[in-house]
Write a protein that binds this ligand. Sequence first.
Ligand SMILES: O=C(O)CCC(=O)C(=O)O
Ligand SMILES: [Fe+2]
Length: 240
Amino acid sequence: MAQPIDVKQKVARKKQKYWNGYFEKIGSQANKSESRDHKENFGWQYSPNLDPLYDHLPHPIPSSSIPDSVMEYIRAEDEIWEGTLSCPGFKENAIAYYRSMLSLARRLTKVFALALDLDENYFDDITTYPGADLAFNYYPPVSSDVGKVKEGEALAHDVGLGSHTDLQCFTLLWQDMIGGLLVLNRGGEWIKATPIKGTIVVNIGDFLMRMTNDKWQSTVHRVEVNKTSEPRVSMPLFFG
Ligand SMILES: O=C(O)CCC(=O)C(=O)O
Ligand SMILES: [Fe+2]
């Protein structure tokens, strides 16, 4: 994110058809009743080519090895990686992280299945080609940005990322030690998800809420505007 804007715009999401690439600051608004989001991010969508489950196949995986009914839902746009090559190691490290999170997510589906009194392999068949999207979120310190806040929007109402639930089954969220993530508890109070070193936050998403007939509820959460002097980084994997 420290790259010049023209380098980042080379991989701009608006040049892509799907949710792949770089999204500029104040470019999104997760909740229309709150401010635009004071964050930028780089994200990408699932590709079987990155999935450890298919390491035994030749790469790139021939499309004949993937069912047509799956191919039509693959949203990866590999050209985004070309535009990141000026950052040595970025692509390799990003993909290594993605692959470990994908493996962890699959292990967690077994824990969830057992917790729901199901066979531990219950989710295996429906996660062979999962929705698995990763984002690197970057929340710059907002003090230097205040002048750019839309007129009429009080800073007190500004958010890093507006209140929302995640769409997929669950999210594995790594966050740095800056803090700012809030979750809404069942009593309607916003609770700080204070960062704990070496841990990740697991949020239930809307699909799992639907699949469990609302027994497990998707977590409403948001991120406060970053008023510290350091940028904040988080890395969610949305899995479903
Ligand atoms: O940055 C965070 O802590 C939360 C990110 C998030 O909720 C999202 O990207 O959906
Ligand atoms: Fe979220």
